[in-house]
Ligand binder design. Structure first.
Ligand SMILES: [Zn+2]
Length: 119
């Protein structure tokens, strides 16, 4: 995506400037604390350092957001390779953010309270 390094899982998920910008925007828009930018040797160490220690709900939310970021970065990588189309990091972040919101609405208890349309 950045053409600056070999495409490894470590680079694509943790070190790539494209992914870092997508992650930064999604964290900003969702109000989740940004993942650490300090270098970590492995993706596993970085993942552990990225998750909040405070409570299980925050850890699950941050984990879910990271997975949506990575999923959308992966789809962008494939889009560029297989369709020769490309999106900006802002557009990819927006797609990830939309999916996070849809997931949140789908599993939200408030969504249960929606009134059904009359027949
Ligand atoms: Zn890169």
């Amino acid at each position: 995506l950045c053409l600056g390094a070999q495409e490894t899982a470590n680079h694509l998920c943790k070190d790539c400037p494209f992914t870092t910008e997508v992650r930064r925007l999604v964290c900003h828009w969702t109000g989740v604390a940004a993942a650490p930018s300090a270098p970590f040797g492995s993706l596993d160490e970085w993942w552990d350092a990225s998750l909040p220690r405070a409570d299980k709900v925050s850890r699950r939310r941050t984990s879910g957001n990271l997975i949506y970021v990575w999923w959308n970065v992966w789809k962008e990588r494939n889009r560029r390779i297989f369709t020769f189309a490309r999106l900006t990091y802002v557009e990819v972040a927006h797609l990830a953010f939309e999916e996070i919101n849809q997931c949140s609405l789908a599993f939200s208890t408030s969504a249960v309270g929606f009134a059904l349309e009359p027949d």
